[in-house]
Design a binder for this molecule. Structure first.
Ligand code: ZN
Length: 595
């Protein structure tokens, strides 16, 4: 595999470590060498390509004083990073740097966002689920370089690959005979290491990365949510398996220890929820899947920096040996930088736990934006401008993606209406259903960059609402199968829905659900155009290819027959806005909720 293999770095580090330590001894032997050296980490997570300052609620953050302030934007991230960085700093990230990104990044397969991370001096990042949005092969291209196989090179020329290391210890090949760069990097003498990995499986990504700072090696273990297969499109990851995060971290931790790396940091793309409006430095993380990882990974791991849930928190949890361990997350969209300071003992090469101090900094916009990054973002803005600034329609007022008590959002409903309109002809769709997680940014009346304040929706804004470039599809379901799909919105079923996820229905489809009824009998009174749906009737249902493939644990979609593929979801939405301007936000009255 490649010369950038992180394992090779780890092994090289182990071999040369003695020499490095000697070299750091002061010339005056009467002075004792320092027993510890300082290391600072600056961490970002869930940047999602937000090179431009995010708008609406996505661009606001509650700060340490309880004030809601504007936050985020690459030039501000860079300015804050520069101010916070000292000579002991290693910049790291916890995944979802790319994927589900605004057009400025997405139009170029997120190369601009990766280049920005390189400019920030990022050294190591865990992969997130969204790093797999365009499939494993595309992730490898982003890591290793080369032009896009379909769209070719970007206006910046041939892609050179990320300068930082993407790591993912729990991403394995399903096929035990698959060739892996991680294994080929191991020397013959490293039999213990080789055996450890052979017993474990074939890594599809480097599991760890080792970075040296002040003469000590710091090992970073990458992890991504094991739920990734249910939240990304199946086709692109069909050769991979995503295994238990704790088990994988513990193998990676052993691996690091075998090569002499005891200062260990987990970068995990999985996390917990918090109390709304809390300080970014508070820990009211409701213990969940992230907390499980933070408390259960091997006691050799000194820190757990997390992501995925887009929340900001700083917690101290107990590791399995009963010692304090920092567990943090830094919100999303470049709105928070997590700073961790610590001392590493030069003799034991371990992090002195008592020395660890963590702080979440809000990336405010009251500082001067970094001029180099401002110019960089402007370059890409100019490139994408002719496409992004093209008006596609108008809205009468904000179209929010805040959920009504039923779980419907005005924007989700609007997108479903657009999807039905685009699939009636050709696909013979009768209703449409949109996954709520695919609705990303609200449509705001006043923030169109080209047409401030007149309700114009540009292509760039329309794209930001649902930036996945999914394909619209239509399948035939029976009334009974459609009811099963709707039951699968709720937790408690055999499909293992982790959270209740209410699909956004097109206007002509109405039904009722009961909060208190048992799973399997929550949904009733389904009607299409006011006509009751029977179990036996067949219905042509439009949804994006992610849902049709059983995404978000809606496995009943896979029972659909007579698959038809239509336009991209963004094209459906843009056409609908164009044909229905000015568009008013739909009333969220399609689903009735009873107790
Ligand atoms: Zn994620």
């Amino acid at each position: 595999m490649t010369s950038r293999s992180l394992l090779r770095l780890a092994l090289a580090g182990a071999v040369t470590s003695g020499a490095v330590l000697l070299a750091t001894l002061p010339a005056d032997a009467s002075k004792a060498p320092p027993s510890t050296v300082p290391v600072r980490l600056l961490a970002l997570n869930d940047f999602h390509g937000h090179l431009e300052p995010p708008t609406g609620s996505s661009g606001r953050m509650v700060d340490e004083h309880g004030q809601t302030v504007d936050a985020g934007g690459a030039a501000y991230v860079a300015a804050h990073m520069k101010a916070l960085a000292d000579p002991n700093t290693i910049a790291v990230a916890q995944g979802d740097l790319i994927g589900a990104t605004p057009l400025i990044s997405a139009a170029y397969h997120d190369e601009p966002s990766i280049e920005f991370m390189d400019k920030l001096g990022l050294k190591v990042a865990a992969v997130g689920n969204h790093e797999f949005d365009e499939g494993y092969a595309e992730l490898r291209r982003i890591m290793d370089g080369g032009c896009h196989p379909v769209d070719g090179c970007s206006p910046a020329g041939e892609w050179k690959g990320a300068k930082f290391d993407y790591v993912g210890a729990n991403v394995l090949f399903k096929n035990p005979n698959e060739k892996t760069d991680a294994l080929s990097a191991l020397g013959a003498k490293q039999s213990e290491v080789k055996q450890l990995l052979a017993d474990w499986g074939v890594p599809a990504l480097p599991p760890v990365s080792v970075k040296w700072m002040n003469g000590v090696p710091i090992g970073f273990i990458g992890l991504v949510t094991q739920t990734t297969p249910s939240i990304v499109t199946t086709e692109g990851i069909k050769d991979l398996k995503f295994v238990d995060e704790v088990k994988a971290a513990n193998v990676a931790s052993k691996l690091l220890k075998l090569v002499g790396v005891k200062a260990q940091v987990v970068l995990v793309h999985e996390g917990d929820q918090v109390t709304t409006g809390q300080s970014p430095d508070a820990c009211s993380a409701i213990p969940g899947v992230g907390n499980r990882i933070a408390t259960q990974v091997d006691a050799e791991v000194d820190l757990v920096l997390s992501g995925h849930s887009h929340q900001a928190y700083l917690c101290k949890v107990k590791d399995p040996a009963g010692n304090d361990r920092v567990y943090s997350q830094g919100g999303s969209f470049g709105r928070v930088i997590t700073q961790v300071d610590m001392n590493v003992n030069v003799r034991t090469r371990d992090i002195e736990r008592a020395s660890v101090v963590a702080d979440n900094h809000v990336v405010t916009r009251t500082v001067a934006p970094d001029p180099e990054i401002s110019a960089f973002v402007q370059t890409w803005k100019n490139r994408v401008g002719p496409v992004a600034n093209k008006p596609v329609g108008t809205i009468t007022t904000d179209v929010a993606n805040m959920a009504a008590p039923s779980g419907e959002t005005p924007l989700g409903d609007l997108i479903a209406d657009a999807q039905l309109a685009a699939t009636k002809t050709g696909g013979n769709a009768q209703i449409a259903l949109m996954n709520p997680g695919g609705v990303r940014e609200p449509l705001t009346y006043a923030t169109s960059p080209a047409n401030e304040g007149d309700g114009v929706v540009t292509y760039g804004e329309a794209f930001a609402t649902q930036p996945f470039n999914n394909l619209m599809q239509v399948v035939t379901l029976t009334g009974a199968q459609l009811k099963t799909v709707l039951e699968q919105q709720f937790t408690g079923g055999p499909n293992n829905q982790a959270f209740t996820k209410i699909l956004q229905p097109s206007a002509n489809f109405t039904y009722t659900y009961s909060r208190s009824a048992a799973w399997g009998s929550k949904v009733s009174n389904m009607k299409i155009d006011g006509v009751p749906v029977t179990d036996a009737q067949t219905i042509r249902v439009a949804a994006n290819n992610f849902l049709v493939g059983g995404g978000d644990a809606f496995v009943a979609f896979r029972d659909g027959t007579e698959l038809w593929s239509g336009p991209l979801d963004i094209d459906a939405f843009v056409d609908y806005l164009g044909a229905n301007s000015p568009t008013a936000p739909p009333a969220t009255n399609r689903i009735t909720v009873i107790d």
